[in-house]
Design a protein. Sequence first.
Length: 406
Amino acid sequence: MPGRVAPLLVAEASGVRLKLADGRELVDGMSSWWAAVHGYRHPVLDAALAEQAGRMSHVMFGGLTHEPAITLAKTLVDLTPEGLEHVFLCDSGSVSVEVAVKMCLQYQRSRGLPEKRRLLTWRGGYHGDTFTPMSVCDPDGGMHSLWRGVLPEQVFVPEPPAGFDAPVDQSYVDTLAAALAEHAHELAAVIVEPVVQGAGGMRFHHPGYLRALRELTREHDVLLVFDEIATGFGRTGRMFAAEHAGVTPDVLCLGKALTGGYLTMAAALCTPEIAAGIARGDLPVLAHGPTFMGNPLASAVANASLGLLAEGRWRADVARIEAGLRRGLEPAWDLPHVRDVRVLGAIGVLQLDHEVDLGVATDIVTAEGAWLRPFRDLVYAMPPYVTDDADLAVITGAMLAAAEKA
Ligand code: PMP
């Protein structure tokens, strides 16, 4: 269980290595919760941060604006799927989900439909730790079940059938259709993690379900929100997981890798229609104004990180990591306690037939020279894109060792 294992003291981090105070070095298979896609102390990101710190660390983003945030907003509009043209910069992934939901609710109110205020999602999801995101996290699994009865009640459907390559199951699409038909009158939006459900269980599903959701939400006059906080910026092999399906949501949440994992910043993007709807409402602005909104340091690092991604090397890197994870994890099929081995982009997962003891697993993976954070029955890695083949072999070796002994 989280919290029961003493944390390791990290003195420095550079490239893909965490340097512990006791002198040990670990290859980071976690990218600091999936954010540090370029690794640590990247010279381009370090320089962007230092340069911005020399100009202005922060100014309020109400009534004032600045070039790093303007550039970032423009770049995000260009980079994200066609049709998302308005950007709200906020502090963390959870807050971007809060903002996304406010966008949807304010839009529905502005249309004279305040009763459309609930959310529909599929089970097995994870959207963050503040109250609205918790209300759409998996209701039965994980730490948020503590809050059952306190959270707003949302509409849940079963999670999509497992498997990125598994054929689309029409009976599941029918389930989605029936739920939307039943609840459309009270739904502001459907919110899902596209293609990969992350912290709720590291499950992959076929992009066809996203296309089905896009059609059904249009048909039933419900907005569609994609939470790409974990999947965005190349992690699944596409810049955004929505691209696997070729669909544009009405609202898109981004975070984590936005700043290359350097600083806390996230974003919610929406269509002109939603922005125009909000502008016509009783309160003609989005009702959200956090102190550190649009922070210049985070914006400058985000611009530098997006600049690195624009160079395009990430595509070959993620493809190479995908191949390395497949190769390195193949022997896991022969391990007695392994139920499933799945890889997509720079994500590798071993699913076991039992819950892992986190303390035992941590000792095993660190003895192998890697840093991983198994949870429940999952041993997984989401390494930085700059991880080379030798370091990747350390990570997959540690995963196999944990699957065998933890
Ligand atoms: N949504 C998804 C899909 C996530 O994976 C996470 C974080 N693991 C969040 C939202 C919450 O982001 P944050 O931790 O930055 O609040």
